[in-house]
Design a protein around this ligand. Structure first.
Ligand SMILES: Cc1cc2nc3c(=O)[nH]c(=O)nc-3n(C[C@H](O)[C@H](O)[C@H](O)COP(=O)(O)OP(=O)(O)OC[C@H]3O[C@@H](n4cnc5c(N)ncnc54)[C@H](O)[C@@H]3O)c2cc1C
Length: 384
């Protein structure tokens, strides 16, 4: 069935009471958009700040992710160092670490259900070479990470815990003791509550189609056929950024996720990366959340359309049954997908696009960690 687009005009009342005098319009209500709106409000307490979100809730990544509060596994960082300067890699680790501390301070650990069970990287027997390289890198990585995390030993070999967690087909486990996990839904809800408390208006179901520069502000064209003026705009649409800013180097990438039914006696606790980070899983509410596998169909998953596919569903099920909970029949409760914003580089884009428009996009797979800072820095550029 073809979707019918509703177009209409704003009434005098709607225009005067809701869309007049908006000083700062933030597009997108994910972690970046709401953090930007909150920071804008702090910097300009009398400004009228509105967030325009096309979904009933944010529908991108911020309510659909895995909730890993992580800043870097050894193999990922080594891989990054093969492609860029080591200093740049540690600078990004620091951004992630600081972003996480900022998120936790802003919302509170109990509100977002932060748990410091650590992040783990599992190696398969066939990854012997990589496992050895990663194990050898640990002493140097701990020296480098110390100045960021303050921990004496951020990374530790934890092979003894492979049997404790009950995994099959894993030959090495590296524990990142500084990582944790959050409840993604509670984080998004807490951010919304903070925004409302701060006097920020969030308009849901309002898609922005274009932003035109004016001499003293912007004209925001909505999907309903009407437009309104605002002082400035911050675009925080991440994986969908190209719809408004085709010139930016951001590509959408879908990630598929499953969650099991509650599993009595589940021993596993923490956030786990498997097969070079292409798969990830964690415990939550006595269940396992498992996602990834995008590399199995790189082309098909380079999309901003939601949905799951048989190929990736089967790969996730196989991993669940063969490696994570071997020999057990594990019922899946539900599936979903989310859309990442990726680029050829891992750093986010925080960029002045035109005199009254700033973009804060391309969060990659680490938006829980860096989203708060990226949103805040975007607001600082907008108001700077
Ligand atoms: C399945 C999955 C698992 C992940 N796991 C983790 C993890 O464990 N740890 C981690 O750190 N990161 C993870 N990430 C990445 C992280 O979730 C993202 O980096 C982060 O949420 C991005 O936040 P954002 O606010 O930039 O974008 P989003 O949350 O995608 O928000 C963008 C918003 O813009 C809205 N929008 C788009 N176009 C328009 C428009 N034209 N008009 C109005 N609104 C619009 C969308 O509806 C959306 O709500 C994961 C991502 C996915 C998809």
């Amino acid at each position: 069935m073809q979707e019918k687009t509703i177009t209409y005009e704003l009434s005098y009342w709607e225009r005067e009471s809701f869309f007049q005098d908006i000083d700062i319009a933030v597009i997108g209500s994910g972690i970046v958009g709401l953090s930007a709106a909150l920071r804008a409000r702090e910097l300009a307490p009398s400004a009228r700040v509105a967030v325009l979100e096309r979904g009933p809730l944010p529908i991108g990544a911020s309510t659909r992710n895995a909730g890993f509060a992580c800043f870097g596994s050894v193999s990922e960082l080594l891989d990054d160092m093969d492609k860029q300067e080591e200093d740049a890699v540690w600078a990004l680790v620091e951004q992630r670490w600081l972003g996480l501390q900022r998120l936790r301070r802003r919302l509170g650990d109990s509100r977002i259900r932060y748990e410091s069970w650590g992040g783990f990287e599992l190696f398969r027997p066939e990854e012997k070479e990589s496992a050895t390289r990663c194990a050898e890198a640990i002493p140097h990585f701990n020296r480098m990470a110390h100045s960021i995390t303050g921990l004496a030993e951020t990374y530790q070999l934890a092979n003894g815990r492979i049997s404790e967690f009950g995994f099959n087909g894993a030959s090495q486990l590296i524990w990142n003791t500084g990582e944790g996990q959050i409840h993604t839904g509670e984080m998004a809800k807490a951010l919304q509550e903070k925004a409302v408390e701060a006097g920020i208006t969030i308009y849901h179901g309002l898609s922005v189609e274009a932003i035109d520069e004016l001499p003293a502000g912007v004209e925001i064209q909505t999907g309903f056929g009407w437009s309104f003026r605002a002082g400035s705009a911050l675009i925080a649409t991440n994986g969908f950024a190209r719809q408004l800013l085709p010139e930016l180097s951001v590509r959408p990438a879908r990630n598929q996720v499953l969650i099991t039914t509650p599993l009595p006696g589940l021993r596993l606790k923490g956030c786990f990366h498997y097969d070079r980070g292409y798969f990830y899983f964690r415990n939550i509410d006595n269940r396992i959340l498992l996602g990834g596998g995008r590399h199995l169909d790189e082309q098909g998953e380079t999309t901003d359309e939601f949905g799951t596919t048989l190929l990736i569903r089967n790969a996730l099920l196989q991993l669940l049954r063969d490696v994570i909970l071997p020999g057990k029949e594990v019922p899946v409760d539900s599936w979903w997908s989310g859309i990442l914003g990726l680029g050829n580089r891992k750093d986010p884009i925080i960029q002045q696009i035109s005199p009254h428009v700033v973009a804060a996009v391309r969060l990659g797979g680490m938006g829980v960690a860096i989203g708060t800072l990226v949103g805040e820095q975007g607001a600082e550029v907008l108001l700077g």
